[in-house]
Design a protein around this ligand. Structure first.
Ligand code: NAD
Length: 589
């Protein structure tokens, strides 16, 4: 037995007296090194566990020391009772930036307070929200209830429930020889003042639903809703003023006359920290260009023409029912609507029969008020959609009314094309419209790839059906087109489904259904290529509205003579030994 008190030299001598003793020395040395390595590992684990938490408390406690959440300036626009005018925009953005700098949006308790207020805002105003969307779009109440009310409420609730989990720093445990010994994690830093630009088609889901993610990320928001849905946009402003601290969310635009282009242009000239745009690809390109000039990061949620594959094994009744439903929701004014169906020629007639049947069952009388939504601007503009060709020149920048007139004109022209059948189009069901009331009949038309109906996104309830013979050709054709926001597959054949998934690119996919991937709260939603960049919903919203900041802490307390804590071989000049070490380290990093 060795006594702990025995002097080291004596112990060494005794151990060395025999071979067995020498073996013990070796064994003890090995055991000592092993124990040291193990201890180091344990300490490293403890450190990497503790460091993010320490940091986390700073980010999410009652705010960084010294910040008392009061503004440096006196507000002249934000929080005042008069809605901001066009001339107010530079001051408004400056004041919002100042509000962010004050730290008011960062503490978890404050983010939570805003989200709870937003939830209350929805719960207490359900009827007013349903009514506003009805005035703007004449959409059936059930549709609005789900898409513009319940979905937003659920999104806010999810953010409330998971705020702590989704915003806390994420530890990275992967070992790297280069950085050893170190702890590393990813912090989620709020961008600052973000601009959210909304489209008309889901006036609450695509504004308030997005704002919730930005708030959860710790930002403050300037919200610019669409001018094409004045009832909804004005209500949004009224409700945000009433329920939410104006330093956290300010709505600008609904009170400023015109189509909103000048408001967006003026906002984009200001120094913003992030822009989230939802709208058409055409306007998305304008926003991207403006953002590029100031190197402002952006997320683009754009449109596209979404394909559906129906192969010879598909449940044709389900496929047709889903396609008709998805195409007629909100009068076809939906970014993820199924736009064209690629049907295997062997089942084409059966599919068309089912499409006819389901159109009559789901929308027996589209002219009946409340049976189906109306084209936006139904009550103001579309009456002259049948006017002569000079209306074609109507430019979107002319103003709200003429912009919407030209949208209705485009739908009218395409229905005329379908009826004329010059490119082989054949209307199977529908084809009629009453533009004075913004009604377009649910329409199914067989088309070829070269039909004008197949060129651009059509924001109307018109479903194109394109027969195909060979799945490989069909996927190749889809690949030659701009990348869609959504893609749908109806098939019982696993190999066909896999082929489609592997050979196409789209923002998202639902198999044996349409739209559903957008409604799943655990999935990110967004486009790719021409249909957008960046995704959101649930945890993805927090990621979208925060900078994922990688942070690494090198240990300084190992007393390893700098071998690990300050490795000599990273410094030049790099001789052979250093280069060899660099190679060895790179392979294990
Ligand atoms: P839009 O592009 O016309 O307008 C969107 C917003 O941009 C509005 O607030 C509008 O005031 C503003 N705007 C319009 N023209 C502008 C210009 N020249 N300069 C600066 N700002 C301008 O879109 P919309 O008609 O309101 O909505 C329909 C489009 O949005 C469709 O293309 C649809 O696919 C797309 N969309 C995409 C998603 C998605 O999540 N990816 C969701 C809904 C709608």
């Amino acid at each position: 037995m060795f006594r702990a008190v025995m002097p080291f030299s004596k112990l060494f001598q005794r151990l060395n007296e025999t071979d067995e003793g020498a073996m013990r020395v070796v064994f003890l040395a090995a055991a000592g090194i092993g124990a040291a390595v193990a201890l180091q590992k344990v300490v490293r684990q403890i450190d990497s566990l503790v460091v993010p938490r320490r940091r986390f408390r700073v980010r999410h406690g009652n705010g960084p020391a010294g910040v008392n959440f009061t503004s440096k300036t006196t507000y002249t626009v934000v929080g005042t009772s008069a809605p901001p005018t066009l001339a107010d925009i530079p001051t408004l953005v400056t004041e919002m930036r100042d509000a962010f700098e004050s730290g008011v949006t960062l503490p978890l308790a404050n983010r939570l307070e805003t989200l709870v207020a937003m939830k209350k805002m929805f719960v207490e105003n359900e009827q007013r929200i349903l009514r506003a969307v009805w005035e703007d779009l004449r959409r059936p109440e059930g549709e609005t209830l789900y898409y513009d009310f319940l979905l937003v409420k659920t999104e806010i609730q999810n953010l409330i429930t998971n705020l702590h989990k989704w915003t806390k720093p994420e530890r990275v445990s992967k070992f790297s020889l280069l950085t050893f010994p170190s702890s590393q994690w990813v912090e989620k830093d709020a961008f600052g003042t973000v601009l959210i630009i909304g489209p008309f088609n889901y006036p609450f889901a695509l504004t308030a639903g997005v704002v919730a993610g930005a708030v959860a990320g710790g930002n403050n928001v300037v919200l610019k809703p669409s001018n094409d849905v004045p009832f909804s946009s004005n209500l949004l402003r009224e409700l945000f003023v009433k329920y939410v601290d104006p330093r956290v969310v300010t709505v600008v635009g609904p009170h400023i006359a015109g189509d909103g282009v000048d408001v967006v242009t003026s906002l984009m000239r200001q120094k913003l920290d992030f822009v989230f745009f939802t709208g058409s690809s055409r306007v998305g390109a304008i926003i991207a260009k403006q953002a590029a000039e100031t190197l402002t990061p952006i997320a683009l949620e754009l449109g596209g023409k979404n394909p559906v594959f129906v192969d010879e094994t598909a449940d044709l009744s389900l496929a047709a029912k889903q396609c008709v439903w998805g195409r007629t929701l909100n009068c076809g004014q939906q970014c993820v609507a199924p736009e064209f169906v690629l049907v295997h020629r062997s089942v084409l007639e059966k599919f068309l029969e089912q499409a006819r049947r389901w159109t009559h069952e789901l929308v027996p009388d589209p002219y009946l008020e409340g049976a189906m939504g109306r084209l936006v601007g139904w009550n103001a503009s579309a009456s002259s959609a049948g006017d002569d060709d000079k209306n074609n020149a109507a430019d979107d920048s002319d103003g709200n009314t003429s912009g919407r007139k030209s949208a209705a004109m485009r739908v009218k022209q395409l229905l005329d094309v379908a009826r004329a059948g010059k490119h082989g189009e054949k209307i199977v069901v529908g084809g009629g419209a009453d533009f004075s009331r913004g009604v377009v009949e649910p329409t199914v038309a067989v088309c070829g790839w070269d039909s004008p109906l197949m060129r651009e996104e059509m924001f109307a309830p018109v479903l194109c059906v394109v027969p195909y013979d060979d799945l490989e050709d069909a996927t190749r054709m889809v690949r030659t087109r701009p990348k869609p926001l959504a893609l749908y597959v109806f098939s019982k054949h696993k190999k066909n489904t896999r082929h489609i998934l592997d050979n196409t690119t789209s923002g998202g996919v639902t198999i044996n259904g349409v739209l559903f991937h957008v409604g799943h709260t655990g999935l990110p939603f967004g486009g790719v290529g021409e249909s957008g960049a960046g995704s959101y919903h649930g945890e993805a919203s927090v990621k979208c509205f925060t900078h994922q900041k990688p942070t690494l802490r090198k240990w300084r307390d190992l007393h390893d003579f700098g071998v690990f804590t300050d490795p000599f071989f990273v410094y030049g000049p790099h001789d052979r030994v250093k280069r060899t070490l660099l190679r060895a380290v790179a392979e294990r990093s």
